[in-house]
Design a binder for this molecule. Structure first.
Ligand code: AMP
Length: 187
């Protein structure tokens, strides 16, 4: 089973992805996490992306698509992919469809965690204290929210036509969201 967790920053994608990883031995494919690792390693990619990441801007598609391709073609991860934070634009969604097809896979569930701006601000402020992420200050949060609204909303419109698309109230408590996801995917 492959699954996309979709929604603005702070919607709880990462938390639910970690739960799903345990539940069905899946792999969390978090582009944000992969990009933060590149920065920590101070790699060539890390040096290129650090400014955009800290500004809450999207990292260039070429870099992100390459990370995704490696994960999708990893035989250990085949049909165990839990996408968290990818795709974020129509081009990325088209890229994902193409590489999944090339690797003989498909998406089984697209779960949209719908959450309002107030909840996001509260959650990210809490996460900033817990995880100490440099892109979690209020003005960056608002920039990331705006990028999401501008660039990712068309992806939402694109996916929402699919029969395997489900919208979940992301303002609910973590375990309530988990219960809803379990009910949908029946794991
Ligand atoms: P996240 O951990 O998903 O909230 O992502 C943190 C940051 O990583 C974003 O604000 C972007 O700068 C970058 N990023 C993560 N995923 C993507 C993506 N699919 N496309 C472009 N940039 C991304």
């Amino acid at each position: 089973m492959n699954l996309i967790l979709f929604g603005p920053p702070g919607a709880g994608k990462g938390t639910q992805a970690q739960y799903l990883v345990k539940k069905f031995n899946g792999y969390q494919i978090s582009t944000g996490e992969m990009l933060r690792e590149e920065i920590q390693k101070n790699s060539e990619v890390g040096k290129k992306i650090i400014n955009d990441m800290n500004d809450g801007k999207f990292v260039n598609d070429e870099i992100v698509n390459k990370l995704i391709k490696n994960a999708v073609f990893d035989p250990d991860k085949k049909n165990k992919l839990i996408f968290d934070g990818y795709p974020r634009s129509l081009t990325q969604a088209q890229n994902l469809s193409a590489i999944l097809k090339d690797s003989g896979q498909k998406i089984d569930f697209i779960l949209f965690l719908n959450v309002n701006k107030d909840t996001i601000i509260k959650r990210i402020e809490k996460r900033k204290i817990l995880e100490n992420r440099s892109d979690d200050d209020l003005s960056t949060i608002l920039k990331r929210y705006d990028s999401y609204m501008q660039t990712t909303k068309p992806v939402l419109e694109f996916y929402s036509k699919n029969s395997n698309f489900y919208e979940i109230d992301g303002n609910l408590k973590i375990d309530e969201i988990t219960t809803k996801i379990e009910g949908l995917i029946n794991v």
